[in-house]
Design a protein around this ligand. Structure first.
Ligand SMILES: NC(=O)c1ccc[n+]([C@@H]2O[C@H](COP(=O)([O-])OP(=O)(O)OC[C@H]3O[C@@H](n4cnc5c(N)ncnc54)[C@H](O)[C@@H]3O)[C@@H](O)[C@H]2O)c1
Length: 270
């Protein structure tokens, strides 16, 4: 556990509430606070998460709160925004997300922000950069979840295509989260072997499956049925939160180098 820590999650929608569940299961803090412009929604989601903790190994407080909670939070997750509609790319969300982020900045501006800000809102990297500048925070304290989810999807895809356990796969996705993410195929190791040892693996298909995730399958089907998009959930990347956060707090690089803004890019890979 990160000693006596408080985590605030801004935005108690699908992503924010799942983020809270994931953090509780992994015991990342002693207090988790959900904040939403819809106060009742934040209260309901917080209660739901708290109910799931009726048999925890120690006390953990989950509650709804307000923006002033950020003033002494160690970590602030930004999960505001809205889910993608059918056919929308993450970049299509930019206008709406920046508008919401601008409102959020004004809501946060009365308070000091001593903690680390991790932004999930899409387009994740652009919104993180916007927040960093608008909140006047140093580069070392604002991250996006970046290609963490893409990396989770990549490892799952490789495991399915090769039959090798995920635990024996080293792979990561780099660049910007979503349609322009890239995979350094030369750095992949599956069961200790380079990907060339698995000729059945079609790299273009792996890239496509990594970028699309659930949208490739569920969106098409669910949109056909209901006209709505499948609510995106950060389940895929949430197990990486704890080790990544621990490393950020310790002043190190996030795991898999997937959370941070990397000046200079990823040119050494191909
Ligand atoms: N980075 C990733 O890997 C990843 C994965 C999945 C989803 N996302 C993104 O996460 C964002 C949220 O998606 P969702 O499905 O949870 O949407 P959602 O509509 O279910 O929830 C968003 C919540 O944010 C709240 N909100 C808006 N402005 C706010 C503000 N200023 N202060 C507090 N709360 C505010 C809304 O009331 C709503 O409850 C989207 O931008 C989505 O694209 C990112």
């Amino acid at each position: 556990m990160l000693n006596k820590h408080k985590i605030v999650i801004l935005g108690a929608g699908h992503v924010g509430s799942h983020c809270a569940h994931a953090l509780c299961r992994r015991w990342c803090a002693e207090e988790i606070v959900l904040v939403d412009i819809d106060r009742e929604k934040a209260a309901a989601q917080a209660m739901d998460v708290a109910d799931s903790l009726s048999f925890p190994p120690a006390d953990l407080v989950v509650r709804s709160g307000d923006y002033s909670d950020c003033a002494d939070a160690d970590l602030i997750f930004v999960a505001i925004g809205k889910a993608r509609s059918p056919g929308q790319t993450r970049l299509d969300l930019l206008g709406d997300s920046v508008k919401m982020a601008r409102t959020l900045v004004s809501q946060l501006s009365p308070y000091p922000l001593p903690g680390i800000v991790v932004s999930i809102t899409n387009p994740a990297d652009i919104v993180a950069d916007y927040l960093r500048k608008a909140l006047h925070l140093p580069r070392s304290r604002v991250f996006s979840t970046g290609t963490l989810l893409d990396t989770a999807r990549l490892i799952r895809t490789l495991s399915e295509e090769t039959g090798v356990s995920r635990r024996s796969i080293t792979a990561f996705s780099l660049g910007e989260h979503g349609d322009s993410s890239m995979i350094p195929f030369s750095a992949i190791r599956v069961g200790g072997l380079p990907l060339d040892a698995y000729p059945q693996v079609d790299r273009a298909r792996v890239l496509e499956r990594t970028r699309q995730g659930v949208y490739g399958i569920r969106n098409r089907r669910i949109c056909r049925l209901s006209g709505r998009s499948y609510p995106a959930r950060p389940q895929g990347c949430s197990p990486r939160f704890r080790p990544s956060l621990r490393r950020i707090r310790a002043g190190g690089r996030p795991l898999r180098r997937s959370l941070c803004d990397r000046p200079g890019g990823h040119r050494k890979y191909r």
